[in-house]
Design a protein around this ligand. Structure first.
Ligand SMILES: CC(C)(COP(=O)(O)OP(=O)(O)OC[C@H]1O[C@@H](n2cnc3c(N)ncnc32)[C@H](O)[C@@H]1OP(=O)(O)O)[C@@H](O)C(=O)NCCC(=O)NCCS
Length: 240
């Protein structure tokens, strides 16, 4: 997506690397201010990873600036999978892994701190799985999405919301913990929009329907898109 100022993982590498370097530098300077047998230094190594190692994004999805991805090692590496036509505001953060085990005597990762043993072996810190975000999802400024979250198609995540678990399609979520305040449309309309999977249609079809697509007349849009789907050539969706 060639919109100046917008960021897509995998693009504009040079602008992203300094950020990661800066974050690492900051983390190390914190480690120096809080020396503790070297444990902190071991931890900061895991604090920042480059987003494009772990994120995939569908077409026409964008982030206002590179999202912060905090990724902690887990036995199976966790990923972020984002659908098409998603809008991700500034300062959104994603946490992969990083859940300390509250059922143990201590939540401190003592094996790592004392012996340098990885979370993968000790299970002291684990994750809840990949973060999966559907299509046409809007994530507001400063939201935080936790490991294992699954956000349905069409959902809205409010500014500063903290999201975990499964979020229904077209739900509007606010707050911490994120709570659903409403759905964008009634259940039948939501089912029809999802069945239409308009986000899979080729760009030229969507371009022709651009005014309908951005109108509030959902019914007329569905009347336009549903016949297309019924007669859909299965290769149509893949041809963009
Ligand atoms: C989530 C959002 C879309 C909801 O908008 P809305 O449907 O018009 O909701 P309303 O303003 O009617 O608010 C409904 C309730 O949710 C609360 N609420 C709304 N947004 C909230 C938020 N981000 N965090 C906490 N509570 C929020 C309101 O206080 C209100 O509570 P009440 O019913 O107790 O009075 C919007 O508030 C928001 O957060 N937008 C994100 C903006 C943004 O980040 N833009 C960045 C550029 S992309």
């Amino acid at each position: 997506v060639d919109i100046p100022g917008f960021y897509r993982p995998g693009e504009g590498k040079s602008s992203r690397r300094p950020t990661a370097r800066l974050a690492r530098k900051l983390a190390f300077s914190l480690a120096k201010r809080f020396p503790n047998d070297g444990g902190m230094t071991a931890l900061v190594d895991h604090l920042m990873v480059l987003p494009d190692d772990v994120i995939t994004m569908g077409r026409w999805s964008y982030c206002d600036n590179p999202p912060q991805v905090h990724s902690y090692p887990t036995p199976v590496p966790e990923r972020i999978v984002i659908g098409a036509f998603c809008s991700i505001a500034k300062d959104v953060s994603f946490i992969l892994g990083g859940n300390h085990d509250g059922r143990r005597v201590t939540t401190s990762p003592v094996h790592l701190l004392f012996n340098g043993e990885g979370y993968e072996q000790t299970g002291e810190v684990s994750g809840r799985g990949d973060i999966i975000i559907g299509n046409d999802v809007w994530i507001g400024r400063g939201a935080m999405v936790l490991s294992g979250a699954r956000i349905g198609d069409g959902a809205i995540v409010g500014a500063r919301a903290v999201i975990s678990g499964t979020i229904a399609p077209y739900a509007v979520m606010v707050g911490s913990p994120g709570r659903e305040i409403r759905r964008r449309f009634d259940d039948i309309t939501i089912a029809r929009l999802r069945a239409s999977a308009w986000w899979d249609l080729p760009d030229d079809v969507l371009r022709d329907a651009i005014d309908l697509l951005s109108s509030r007349d959902i019914e007329t849009f569905l009347d336009f898109v549903e016949p297309l789907r019924r007669g859909a050539n299965p290769t149509l969706a893949a041809s963009h």
